[in-house]
Design a protein around this ligand. Structure first.
Ligand SMILES: [Zn+2]
Length: 285
C-alpha cells in the first residue's frame, strides 16, 4: 500500500524529532513548527551536518523568503523603584519567581528566535531591540519612545498576570479606538497573531491553558500612540501587550518556571511569538 502524504509528513516529523530538530506533535500537519524544524535541519546540513535519509524528502511548501523590519521588545517592570507609571514588579509565582525576571528572559529568548529565523532566510534585514537588558525600571512613555527612536514596525510589551492564585489564561491587550488608538486594526491583527501563537503553544504543553483573547484596554501608557509617535507618521508602529499567563497559579509556576519542561515551554513560547511577529512583518510589507 502506498504511503499517504500525511504518512510521509509524519515520517519526516519523526525523523526531524529523532535528530533533535522538532519537538511538536507527530500529526502529519505541516505547520510552521515542522517548517522551522526542517529549516533548522537544512541550515545544519549546510554547515556540514549529516544528511537526512530519503524518508525525509519533503514537498515544496517549505519555501521561505527574506524578512525585513524593526522589532522592539519591552520586558515589563524591572528594578526596585516605581518609574514613570511602571511598577518594579507586579506578579510573583508561588516559588518566588518575579514577573520582571520572566519578562526579561522571554524578551531575550524571543530576540534570539527572531534573529535565528532571520538568519535562515537569505537576504533578511531584521533588527531587534530591547527596551531594557538588565534589572532596571523604565517609565512607560520612555519604553514606547524606544519604539519611536528605533522606527519600530512592531512593539511588543511582555508581562505576566497575577490575581488570586486560581484564575489563569493568556491574553493580549491593545488600546481601543475610543481611547485614541489611530491604528487599532493593525494592532488588533498583530495582537491576534501573538495571542494565537501563545495559546497554541501553551495548550500543546498544558491542556489547561486558556484563551482569554485579545482585549481592548482602557489605560496602557506603554502602548500610547502619542509616545509611539503614531499620530504624526505614515509608517505606524504596531503595538500590543502580551500577558503570558497568571504566574501566581501553582500549575503555571510549574509550567513556566519549576517543572521539568519549563525551559522547553519558554523556548517554544518564544519561538511561536517570534514566528507571529515575522508573520505580521510579512503581512505589512
Ligand atoms: Zn506587568
Amino acid at each position: 500500500m502506498a504511503a499517504s502524504i500525511e504518512d510521509i509528513k509524519k515520517l519526516a516529523q519523526i525523523t526531524l524529532r529523532d535528530k533533535g530538530f522538532y519537538s511538536g506533535n507527530i500529526d502529519g500537519l505541516w505547520d510552521s513548527g515542522s517548517n522551522n524544524a526542517y529549516a533548522d535541519y537544512m541550515s545544519h546540513l549546510s554547515e556540514g551536518g549529516q544528511q537526512l535519509g530519503e524518508e525525509g524528502a519533503l514537498d515544496e511548501d517549505a519555501t521561505i523568503g527574506p524578512v525585513k523590519g524593526v522589532v522592539v521588545l519591552d520586558p515589563g517592570h524591572g528594578g526596585t523603584q516605581k518609574v514613570g507609571g511602571s511598577s518594579p514588579n507586579n506578579a510573583t509565582s508561588p516559588s518566588g519567581v518575579l514577573e520582571k525576571t520572566i519578562t526579561l528572559d522571554m524578551a531575550k529568548l524571543i530576540r534570539k528566535e527572531l534573529n535565528q529565523l532571520a538568519t535562515q532566510r537569505p537576504g533578511s534585514n531584521l533588527k531587534v531591540h530591547l527596551t531594557r537588558t538588565s534589572d532596571e525600571n523604565i517609565g512607560l512613555a520612555d519604553r514606547a519612545r524606544v519604539a519611536k527612536a528605533k522606527k519600530a514596525n512592531v512593539f511588543l510589551s511582555i508581562h505576566c498576570n497575577g490575581f488570586n492564585g486560581a484564575v489563569r489564561g493568556t491574553e493580549t491587550l491593545i488600546i481601543s479606538k475610543q481611547n485614541g488608538n489611530v491604528n487599532v486594526e493593525q494592532d488588533r491583527a498583530l495582537a491576534q497573531r501573538i495571542q494565537t501563537a501563545m495559546v497554541t503553544t501553551l495548550k500543546r504543553h498544558d491542556p489547561a491553558a486558556f484563551d482569554r483573547k485579545v482585549k481592548d484596554h482602557q489605560r496602557l501608557g506603554v502602548l500610547k500612540d502619542v509616545h509611539l509617535q503614531n499620530p504624526n507618521t505614515n509608517s505606524k508602529t504596531r503595538a500590543c501587550l502580551a500577558e503570558l499567563e497568571f504566574i501566581d497559579v501553582p500549575a503555571v509556576d510549574s509550567l513556566l518556571n519549576t517543572g521539568p519542561t519549563a525551559k522547553t515551554v519558554r523556548k517554544d513560547l518564544a519561538r511561536s511569538m517570534a514566528e507571529a511577529i515575522i508573520d505580521d512583518l510579512e503581512a505589512n510589507n
